[in-house]
Design a protein around this ligand. Structure first.
Ligand code: PRT
Ligand code: ZN
Length: 289
């Protein structure tokens, strides 16, 4: 299979989980600190370690075929790239939002309150788009870091920055008033890869999907009296249909099924009410459909 080049953030919030995802996909490599490149031993993939902001352009100009970045970075770079790039997989980690915030105590009715105000941000394009959509004319101050201190030093009336837990805003006396963009890590690609590279990408995506699907599901095993089995089966969707096996003790069965994580607690309670006993819940490592 031809070699694909995947750009990963060199050192930052995306790095660890990007590399962990590759490992979960069964791709082994040796990343010894400081190097710009690494090759996988058992998959036709070469890693390039770069600053996240540079990744979309490296893909656009063909130096890399793929990259992992936060969606906020692509939304910000969009329109500035020398060629289009496309999101081929949402990866579910590094979730955050880009929000507007003002100093605590400042009156804020709606986005119209920002008319004529100064807003500090590292995301001028996304912010400009949002303000335009809302018919607001504000002065955008682009700063590259520590945006959250801008109001307290008198540089801006509001900020537009990435929020995850909200603790940075809180400790700087700021209140989130508007969410303008939601982001998670995504796999980017150049559109129209040569067919052979596309096949390698399809293979990689298949692995990523199997890993991520597994993370959202649990395998459950339980015992029940035979009379309770049909009521229990009605509660269990499963990948196909649940497995029912007789237990050594007569009159009892063991039931195995796959349950989605977000409905999990609700289902467990209903299963107990329906007569399920000895419920075991185990993580799934890969889920191939
Ligand atoms: O050096 P390089 O340019 O590669 O990295 P970087 O400093 O530009 O990016 P980095 O590593 O900080 O973030 C990479 C990506 O992680 C971002 O583009 C987002 O998609 C995503 N991400 C997820 C975050 C956060 N969560 C996050 N909390 N990026 C930044 N933050 C910062 C935010 O700027 C603010 O200062 O954390 C602070 C807020 O966090 P809370 O938890 O206090 O709300
Ligand atoms: Zn960056």
């Amino acid at each position: 299979m031809p070699l694909l080049r995947l750009a990963i953030q060199k050192s930052g919030r995306l790095t660890e989980e990007s590399l962990e995802l590759m490992q979960e996909c069964g791709i082994d490599f040796n990343k010894s600190g400081g190097k710009l490149k690494a090759s996988a031993y058992n998959f036709p993939l070469e890693f390039l370690f770069l600053r996240d902001d540079d990744i979309p352009e490296y893909i656009a100009d063909g130096v890399a075929d793929l990259g992992i970045v936060g969606e906020n970075v692509i939304a910000e770079e969009n329109g500035k790239l020398s060629a289009p790039v496309e999101i081929v997989e949402r990866l579910g980690f590094s979730r955050c939002r880009l929000s507007l915030a003002v100093a605590r105590g400042v009156e804020y009715g709606s986005v119209q309150s920002l008319q004529g105000k100064r807003i500090a941000t590292s995301f001028p394009n996304i912010l400009q788009g949002f303000l335009q959509e809302n018919g607001v004319n504000a002065e955008i101050h682009e700063i590259s870091g520590s945006v959250e201190i801008a109001p307290s030093i008198g540089l801006a009336d509001a900020i537009c920055d990435i929020v995850s837990s909200g603790s940075t805003l809180l400790s700087n006396g700021l209140v989130e008033v508007e969410t303008i963009f939601r982001s998670e890590a995504v796999l980017l690609s150049r559109p129209n890869l040569p067919p052979a590279k596309q096949r390698t990408l399809d293979n990689l995506r298949f692995r990523i999907q199997s890993v991520n699907r597994a993370k959202h599901n649990k395998y459950i095993l339980l015992n029940a009296r035979n009379e309770a089995v049909s009521a229990i089966l009605n509660l269990l969707p499963g990948m196909k249909s649940p497995t029912v096996l007789p237990l050594a003790e007569s009159g009892w069965s063991s039931i195995h099924a796959v349950v989605q994580e977000d409905t999990f607690w609700e289902i467990i309670e209903k299963l107990r009410a329906a007569g399920a006993e000895g419920i075991l819940v185990v993580p799934i490592e890969k889920m191939i459909v």
